[in-house]
Design a protein around this ligand. Structure first.
Ligand SMILES: [Zn+2]
Length: 458
C-alpha cells in the first residue's frame, strides 16, 4: 500500500474502500519506517488514488482512525469526543502517523468519506501479542479505556456497507465518529489487565509491581459521543465481560495456572519482560531520560510511585490519586460525565446549528487555539472552503473549518508531533492546554523530548 500504483489498482472499480490497514503498537514502536509507510503513506495513497479515479464520485472511503489520536487522558480528561484536540503521545509513531494521515484525508477529501476513530480492540490475539513485549507495561493503572470487541468492530463494517446499499445512511458521510463498546466496555487500566489475569484466577497484583507501569503518555478515554455510531450502525453485542468469557473458553488451559505459585509466574514470565527495550523499567535502568520524562514525568516522579500495592491508590478500589474517595463505577456513566461537565471546551459556540456558523465563530475558535483567523469572510455554515489562519508561532496556513472544528487540528507545523513538542504548542493554546497540562506540570513547555527509541538511547 506504500506503492501508489498498487493503490490505484485497489480502488479501480470499487464501490467501497474500507481502510483498516495499520501497523499498531508494539510493532510500530519497533519499526518507525514501516509505521510511516503503513499508517501515513498508505492512507495518503488511497486518498490520492480515489481522487484520481474516473469513478471518484461513486467511491465511498472509510478511514479507520484511532483513540490514540486523542492522546493520554486522566481523571480530569477521561471523557473524549469528536472535536477534541489531536495530540500524539511522545515517541508514539502509530498515533503520529495516524494523525498526519487523517489530516490529509480531511484536507484532500474524496467525495464520500468517513473517519471512524477506533478504540482499543479486545481481540483473540491480545494475550499472545502483548505477553511478549514491554508494551504490556504501557497501560497506566487508573487510565480510562473503553474497549470494543473484534466481533463488534467487524459487524460495524458489515452493517455500514449493508445499510448504505439499502439507502439507510443519509447524512452519515463526510463526518467523524468514535467507535467504542459503550458502558459495559469501560474499564480502568488495572481492571483491564486484571480481567485478563482472572482467567488464571489471579489479578495484576499477583504478577506486577505498581512502578512497572507508566503513569502517563499512553492513550484511552471513555467516549461522550460513542453511542451516536451505535444508534446508526447497531453493532454492539459484546460487553468486556463477554469477551473475557469467550477468551476463557478458548484458553481453558490457563485455568491450570491457578495451581502454580504466582511468585513463580512473576519471575519466569513477567520479570524477563522488564528487560525488553519497550519496557519502562528498561528505560529507567538504561538511561533513557527522554522516555522516563515522557512516561513518568521524570526520575523524581518515578521514585515517588509506591512500590507496594497496599499503598497505591486505585480508582477501582474507590480511591483517587490523592487517596480521596472516588466512585469508579459512577465515573463510567454518561450521566456522571454530563453532571460533572467532562466535555472539553472547543472554543466556539457549539449550541449553534452548523449552518449558522460565521467568520466570527472561526475567529473565536482560532483565538482559543492561540492564533487568529486571517480570512475576512466565509460563507455562512460552509465547512469545506479552506480559510487562512495564523498560529502563535507566526506560521500561516490554510485549512477547512471542518478540519479545525471537528477534526481537532491546528497549525500543521506546530502540531507535528515530532520533535515531540506538544508542550510548546499547549503553552500558547488553551485548546491543547486542557489536555496537555492535565498530566504535565507548567514547566514542561519548551523542551521537546529527544527523539530516541527504536533501539537508540535518548
Ligand atoms: Zn505553527
Amino acid at each position: 500500500m506504500a506503492r501508489y500504483e498498487d493503490c490505484l489498482r485497489f480502488v479501480d472499480g470499487a464501490d467501497y474502500v474500507l481502510h483498516c490497514a495499520a501497523l499498531i503498537p508494539p510493532r510500530s514502536d519497533h519499526n518507525e519506517k514501516l509505521a510511516y509507510e503503513c499508517d501515513y503513506l498508505a492512507s495518503k495513497n488511497l486518498v490520492d488514488a480515489i481522487n484520481a479515479s474516473p469513478t471518484r464520485e461513486r467511491i465511498k472511503f472509510v478511514y479507520i482512525g484511532t483513540v490514540a489520536e486523542y492522546g493520554n487522558r486522566n481523571r480530569k480528561t477521561m471523557w473524549g469526543r469528536v472535536g477534541d484536540p489531536m495530540i500524539s503521545s511522545d515517541y508514539d509513531c502509530y498515533s503520529m502517523n495516524k494523525i498526519r494521515a487523517e489530516r490529509y484525508l480531511f484536507e484532500h477529501r474524496p467525495a464520500n468519506f468517513v473517519s471512524l476513530r477506533q478504540t482499543a480492540i479486545a481481540h483473540k490475539y491480545l494475550f499472545a501479542n502483548n505477553m511478549s513485549d514491554g508494551l504490556m507495561f504501557h497501560t497506566s493503572w487508573n487510565g480510562p479505556l473503553e474497549w470494543v470487541s473484534d466481533r463488534d468492530s467487524g459487524r460495524l463494517l458489515t452493517h455500514l456497507v449493508a445499510y448504505d446499499m439499502e439507502g439507510r445512511l443519509k447524512g452519515f458521510w463526510n463526518r467523524i465518529y468514535n467507535i467504542g463498546g459503550g458502558r459495559s466496555c469501560r474499564a480502568t487500566g488495572f481492571e483491564s489487565v486484571s480481567q485478563g489475569f482472572a482467567l488464571m484466577g489471579r489479578s495484576a497484583k499477583d504478577f506486577f509491581s505498581p512502578e512497572w507501569n507508566i503513569t502517563r503518555n499512553f492513550h484511552g478515554c471513555y467516549f461522550l459521543d460513542g453511542d451516536e455510531l451505535e444508534s446508526i450502525l447497531h453493532f454492539r453485542r459484546d460487553s468486556l465481560a463477554d469477551f473475557w468469557a469467550r477468551m476463557g473458553k478458548k484458553h481453558w488451559c490457563l485455568k491450570l495456572a491457578k495451581i502454580v505459585p504466582p511468585a513463580l509466574i512473576k519471575s519466569l514470565v513477567f520479570k524477563p519482560l522488564l528487560k525488553d527495550e519497550n519496557a519502562p523499567m528498561y528505560w529507567v535502568n538504561n538511561g533513557y531520560e527522554g522516555h522516563v520524562k515522557a512516561f513518568f514525568g521524570g526520575r523524581e516522579a518515578f521514585a515517588k510511585i509506591p512500590r507496594r500495592w497496599a499503598e497505591f491508590n486505585l480508582y477501582c478500589e474507590g480511591r483517587d490519586e490523592k487517596g480521596e474517595p472516588f466512585d469508579n463505577e459512577a465515573s463510567k456513566d454518561l450521566a456522571w460525565a454530563q453532571k460533572n461537565h467532562m466535555a472539553l471546551d472547543h472554543g466556539y459556540d457549539e449550541s449553534k446549528p452548523i449552518g449558522s456558523l460565521t467568520i466570527e465563530d472561526m475567529r473565536q475558535a482560532a483565538a482559543f487555539r492561540g492564533g487568529e483567523c486571517l480570512s475576512e469572510s466565509m460563507k455562512k455554515g460552509d465547512l469545506w472552503t479552506k480559510l487562512k489562519w495564523r498560529c502563535a508561532e507566526g506560521h500561516e496556513f490554510t485549512m477547512s473549518p471542518f478540519t479545525l472544528l471537528f477534526g481537532g487540528y491546528w497549525c500543521p507545523l506546530c502540531e507535528q508531533p515530532k520533535p515531540w513538542a506538544t508542550g510548546k504548542l499547549a503553552a500558547h493554546s488553551p485548546f491543547f492546554a486542557q489536555v496537555y497540562f492535565a498530566d504535565h506540570d507548567a514547566s514542561e513547555t519548551v523542551d521537546s523530548y529527544p527523539l530516541g527509541g527504536n533501539g537508540e538511547k535518548d
